[in-house]
Design a protein around this ligand. Structure first.
Ligand code: C2E
Ligand code: MG
Ligand code: MG
Length: 755
């Protein structure tokens, strides 16, 4: 997983969580909406039925009052009573029945009235009556009981209404009995605190919205004449109410006062356009449920909010920790470049599909040296500089990584050799411009191995194979001091194949005795006779061509197999000498090459002794050839080893003398029996004519020196008679080279040289 996929996954997760949250919220809202609607419906039903109950109560009161008047009417047969008795009857009736005023009006028009303070008026003309009362009286004269509309009384009382019932004289209506009363009589009914369980209020209003009886408990505190006086009822709701009232219908409405919404039910009483205006708060009636619902909603929102915060926090945490994990898994901590895993991950898809790519490996020459001399900080800065240069030079769709130490892999979409060479050279030039430790004198040098997709052996090519090839090319570039850029090609491919073969078959080859001893004569320059031979290993596989030591010895020196092989060669040498001895011929002293690794083996000497004993071979017949490089290290320990070996009887020869740097030191410090001048000596004498005289002088002096030190001299690579003449003139003792004979199998050697 890389950063992009992590982000995608987290985004997907977040979207899911948000969707789920929204779904929960929506679900909760829908559920609470339905619950609310159900509650409100139930509440409306409750309001309706209660209001109707109040309506019945008011009607009952009105009916009772009419009934009372009717009863009085039947007693007051005015025609049979004298005026005085009749008036007294009226006064008593008013007092007992809580009417404000009572009166009687003859059908002819005039009447009498009795007021609350027992003021009796006679001959009151019909016309002075309020027109609403007149309407009721006229209805009574028609034989109907009637209730007048509300009117303001002349004595200052407001909201007064009157009852009028017919009074009969025999079969005919003689007049009308009238009683007026304030709407306050309903106050008792409406002040009942049990409206909606004590949570509602009922007002009596007229069909114009005028408040007739306003209960003491009320929502809107202000003094109102009409229910519309205040803008607590929205215009839409007002319109709705007015429409219903006009039609004489009941209706539900609502208003908001002090931020609280109240429900309203308007119910016509059926008398004079009067309406009961019932107010209740949904919250107050079902307060606990409402509170629960609201609380639940608040809690849900809060929980969701907290959840979202946690998710956002979690997102950040996961993103950050994963990002640092990803960074450590995919990036090189020092330079911030991709690491190998990420690099392989990026390129493997491309490599498997096409050969239109090339892979390069870039290394700094002497990086270890830079580290040691200039310090790790400077070395790190150089690596970061390389990363910066690569950032600049690597194009879109191309990649690079830092693998280990100073190893950088580069992936190009380029396949043209020359274009690649140019690009890599530009990169190297850019990097070389960096100054290590402000030391402008130190020139950074780089080397690079490149493989082009088409040269990768696998079908289809793999990253692994491409990397193996490129490392091989890099290794070749490292060994070559002249060419800094090496392309992996067929010859390298053959070499790589051989190397693979060597490494994977060496143990079996040794067991199968595929390593053979070849012998090359060493000839005395004085007598021209053979005075010894060098054992040289050849790998002769059962199938295939002979493999020369140059192709496997360096590898064996690296992997340690030299130790086994060299001992095997010593054994072959012993066996050969034993065979000659057994054949009764004079054995030729043999030289055998000993690698540095073997020389340092703890039981090296014991093993050699064991071989001498096993084959019963005199040690002086064997010369051990060691390399000059050995003397570079612990000279005392080396001298001690040499001393032990010489004590046993072995002769010690210093091989490849002159190819290293410590030649004279070697002579001075090591107690050896022989030196072998490297083939390079003769080659140099041929090549550099200008130095010829100087070289001759030096060589002559060395030979002189060896004589004084009792060290014999062998010259390798004698290929011509001129070579021989030259080394003879220098005073050398022995010659070895194709001029005398190439290395041959021991059988051939025995046949040719040993008689
Ligand atoms: P070396 O010990 O210096 O062996 C001499 C090399 O020079 C041999 O190569 C030999 O064939 C070659 N040579 C001899 N005369 C001439 C000549 O006139 N002209 C030219 N051009 N070459 C000549 P070879 O056999 O290929 O061995 C190469 C090296 O491999 C040896 O160099 C030695 O260092 C190493 N080697 C060979 N056999 C063994 C072994 O058994 N053990 C170890 N450790 N190294 C071995
Ligand atoms: Mg040798
Ligand atoms: Mg040599």
């Amino acid at each position: 997983m890389n950063e992009k996929t992590l982000k995608k996954k987290l985004d997907r997760l977040t979207v899911m969580v948000v969707i789920i949250s929204i779904a929960i919220l929506a679900g909760g809202s829908i559920a609470s909406y339905f619950l609310r609607t159900m509650l409100e419906d139930a509440l409306a039903g409750q309001m309706q039925s209660e209001t109707e109950q109040y309506e019945i109560n008011i009607n009952r009161q009105l009916d009772a009052d009419i009934q009372t008047l009717n009863t009085l009417a039947s007693f007051l047969s005015f025609g049979t009573m004298d005026t005085e008795s009749f008036m007294r009857g009226l006064v008593v009736s008013r007092e007992y029945n809580d009417f404000d005023r009572m009166g009687y009006f003859w059908k002819s028009g005039d009447g009498v009235t009795v007021t609350a303070d027992s003021d009796i008026r006679m001959d009151v003309p019909f016309e002075v009556l309020d027109e609403n009362v007149r309407d009721a009286v006229q209805k009574a004269w028609q034989g109907e009981s009637a209730i007048s509309r509300i009117y303001p009384a002349s004595d200052g009382r407001e909201n007064v209404f009157a009852y009028a019932v017919p009074v009969y004289a025999g079969e005919d209506v003689a007049g009308a009995l009238v009683a007026d009363v304030s709407t306050d009589v309903f106050a008792g009914v409406l002040e009942d605190r049990s409206v909606l369980g004590g949570q509602g209020y009922i007002h009596l209003i007229s069909d114009t919205g005028k408040l007739l009886v306003r209960s003491e408990d009320r929502v809107v505190e202000e003094e109102l004449d009409k229910i519309y006086d205040h803008d607590y009822i929205s215009p839409e709701e007002q319109e709705k109410i007015q429409k219903a009232m006009k039609a004489g219908e009941s209706c539900f409405s609502e208003f908001t006062y002090d931020n609280v919404t109240y429900q309203v039910y308007l119910d016509p009483i059926g008398v004079n356009g009067w309406y009961l205006f019932c107010v209740q708060t949904a919250q107050s009636v079902n307060g606990s449920i409402y509170r629960l619902m609201v609380n639940t909603r608040i809690i849900t929102v809060v929980v969701l909010f907290i959840l979202l915060i946690i998710i956002a926090y979690g997102y950040r945490m996961i993103y950050r920790s994963n990002r640092s994990l990803i960074r450590s898994a995919w990036y090189d901590p020092l330079t911030g470049a991709y690491n190998t895993a990420r690099f392989v991950n990026e390129i493997s898809g491309i490599v498997e599909k096409t050969r239109e790519y090339s892979l390069a490996a870039l290394n700094v020459r002497q990086f270890k040296f830079i580290n040691e001399i200039f310090g790790s900080r400077q070395a790190d800065m150089l690596l970061c500089h390389i990363k910066d240069v690569l950032d600049d030079r690597i194009r879109d769709g191309e990649y690079f990584c830092r693998s280990t130490d100073d190893m950088f892999y580069l992936f190009f979409r380029e396949t043209d050799r020359e274009a690649l060479r140019k690009r890599v050279q530009d990169i190297m030039d850019d990097i070389s411009r960096h100054a290590v430790s402000n030391n402008r004198n130190y020139q950074i040098m780089l080397y690079c191995g490149i493989v082009i997709g088409t040269d990768v052996e696998d079908v289809p090519p793999t990253v692994q194979k491409s990397m193996t090839h490129v490392r091989f090319a890099l290794d070749t570039a490292r060994q070559s001091m002249k060419k800094h850029i090496w392309f992996y090609d067929t010859s390298l491919h053959e070499y790589e194949k051989l190397e693979n073969y060597v490494e994977s078959h060496m143990h079996q080859a040794l067991a199968d005795r595929e390593f053979r001893m070849f012998l090359q004569p060493k000839v005395s320059l004085e007598t021209g006779k053979i005075s010894g031979a060098e054992a040289l290993v050849r790998w002769v596989p059962r199938t295939g061509q002979m493999i020369y030591p140059g192709q496997f010895i360096p590898m064996f020196e690296n992997n340690g197999f030299c130790v086994e092989l060299d001992l095997y060669m010593v054994e072959q040498v012993c066996a050969r000498i034993r065979a000659w001895l057994d054949e009764g011929v004079r054995p030729v002293p043999l030289s055998v090459n000993q690698s540095k690794l073997l020389f340092y083996e703890a039981d090296y000497i014991d093993k050699l002794k064991a071989l001498l004993e096993e084959y019963r071979v005199p040690a002086p017949l064997i010369t051990l050839e060691i390399l000059e490089g050995l003397a570079m290290e612990n000279v005392d320990a080396l001298n001690e080893k040499i001393r032990c070996l010489r004590e046993i009887g072995f002769r010690i020869s210093m091989d490849d003398f002159g190819s290293g740097y410590s030649s004279l030191n070697t002579l001075a410090n090591l107690k050896i029996d022989e030196i072998k001048f490297d083939r390079g000596f003769l080659l140099n004498l041929k090549d550099s004519a200008a130095d010829y005289d100087r070289q001759i002088i030096i060589m002559k002096e060395i030979v002189e020196l060896t004589k004084k030190l009792d060290i014999s001299t062998v010259v390798e690579g004698v290929e011509t008679a001129e070579n021989e003449a030259l080394i003879r003139s220098l005073g050398c003792e022995l010659g070895q080279g194709y001029y005398y004979g190439r290395p041959v199998s021991e059988e051939e050697f025995s046949e040719t040289y040993v008689k």
